[in-house]
Write a new protein. Sequence first.
Length: 85
Amino acid sequence: MTEKPDQLFDELKRMRDELKLQLHLAKADARTEWDELEKKFNHLEVRIAATGREAKGSAADVGAALGMVAEELKRGYERLKRSLG
C-alpha cells in the first residue's frame, strides 16, 4: 500500500460516492459489479473498525491484508467508472 490507510479509505469513499450518483443510468452488468464492490467495501469497513479495537496478529500482516482489499476495491471502482464514462 503506497498511501496511508486513512487517505486510501477516504479516496475509496469519494470514488464510491461518485459512482453511486452515476449508477441510476448504469447497465445491468455495471449494477452487478457495483453490488460485488459494495460487499467488499462493507467487509473492508468492518475489518478496519475491528483492527482499531483489536490488536490480533502483527500490524504489518493486518495492514497488508487490508491494503490488498483496498487496492482491489480501487481497481474495481476505476474499472466501473470507465464503463460508466
